[in-house]
Design a protein around this ligand. Structure first.
Ligand code: FEO
Length: 168
């Protein structure tokens, strides 16, 4: 069974993952409004993956015989500045999520809950990828700038992002 502390933390994590989806969906809406359809597409896929992350916690809590309790989800920002600042915000957000995963992992280690540690391993690896992809886009934007052709080429590239196969 899961300890009460871990159930509470994992239930809270469902909210953080769904908030991530909300945040990226809001960013996607912003890009749509600016007619940057590639960036919008990238963020939309990102949002979808966040829902999948939330559902992994949802299923794990159920599988361990505990009850899922959903939290309120905060309203995400709707106004954004530059494209670079949006991806910097995404990177900053992912670093916070990494901190959350590490925090839950730490509790699982202290409690010698090996099943939770095995479950959380997937998230530890995933967070490396999440931070890496946001960082790469931030660095590219800083390199090429946000004007004219460079932005449109990047928009086209990000528009080619494909959905990941669910490994379950
Ligand atoms: Fe679910 Fe982007 O971390």
């Amino acid at each position: 069974m899961l300890s009460k502390t871990l159930v509470d933390e994992m239930n809270e994590q469902i909210m953080h993952e769904l908030y991530s989806a909300y945040l990226y969906l809001s960013m996607s809406a912003h890009f749509e409004a600016r007619n940057l359809v590639g960036f919008a597409h990238w963020m939309r896929i990102q949002a979808k993956e966040e829902v999948e992350h939330a559902m992994k916690f949802f299923d794990f809590i159920n599988d361990r015989g505990e009850k899922v309790m959903l939290h309120a989800i905060e309203k995400p920002p709707a106004e954004f500045k530059s494209v670079t600042s949006i991806f910097e915000m995404a990177l900053e957000h992912e670093r916070k999520v990494t901190g959350r995963i590490n925090h839950i992992y730490d509790i699982a280690v202290q409690e010698k809950d090996f099943a939770s540690q095995a479950f959380l391993d997937w998230f530890v690896t995933e967070q490396v990828e999440e931070e890496k992809s946001a960082l790469q886009i931030v660095e590219t934007l800083k390199l090429v700038g946000e004007q004219g052709e460079a932005l449109l080429i990047l928009d086209q590239q990000l528009g080619e992002r494909e959905e990941e196969e669910d490994e379950d």
